[in-house]
Design a protein around this ligand. Sequence first.
Ligand SMILES: Nc1ncnc2c1ncn2[C@@H]1O[C@H](COP(=O)(O)OP(=O)(O)OP(=O)(O)O)[C@@H](O)[C@H]1O
Length: 247
Amino acid sequence: MSLLSVQNLCKSYGALKVTDDVSLSVEDGELHAVIGPNGAGKTTLIAQLSGQLACDRGRVVFGAEDITALKMPARVRRGLSRSFQITSILPGFSVLENVATAVQARSGSSFRFFAPVAGEAALNDQAHAALARVGLQDSAGQRAGSLSHGEKRQLELAIALATQPRLLLLDEPLAGTSGAEAERLVQVIDSLKGEVTVLLIEHDMDAVFALADRISVLVYGQVIATGAPAEIRSDAQVRRAYLGEDA
Ligand SMILES: Nc1ncnc2c1ncn2[C@@H]1O[C@H](COP(=O)(O)OP(=O)(O)OP(=O)(O)O)[C@@H](O)[C@H]1O
């Protein structure tokens, strides 16, 4: 059984069909990338999967449960998390506090079962573990606002991981990075493989083809192909529609 099954998802704005009968599955443990030209509907799809945006039609099944009608917090509690954007980082708070806040938000009242000091220690332990996963363990005490752009992207990942997702939705995690910063993020995402199932949207094709187990290609709101990177690279329709004949 797939971890995530997206069935005939639709979203229109007036006459514009932004997601148009999208079906795809994400298998447990895989890194599944969704690529497509600007305006293809990728961000809208992620918003529909995270629960930020209601679907006009179609179903989203997570594990064995139909979650189509659930709002975002209920989806997060079930382990379906979207990476938070840099804009949601609290710049005046420390890196650790940013992650600890996310741990607490996910856990709801569960930390109240601990005595206050033990609760805080448990919270910090989880936050430190998430920071170590993304290579920010030495920056825990630093103000989040003083991080470089690439480090802020790493912090976003740590915040998402702190919610202990089963499926992580990553929307352009490399945006605004290049060179060593981008390579670092690719390494971090690669290191999550096998531990967290990932649905990745990313414009950096080198990163996508290096990381993905499978790729779905979205064009004008429709999935025109799904397959392993080598299959996608050699798919004539994909080359015509998106990658270009010389890709
Ligand atoms: N709230 C909205 N109201 C009207 N049109 C919208 C709205 N949100 C998105 N669109 C339109 O839907 C289309 C798809 O947008 P979306 O952001 O999902 O594409 P995308 O594939 O993520 O693009 P990009 O790669 O440029 O981020 C675009 O034409 C966009 O202008």
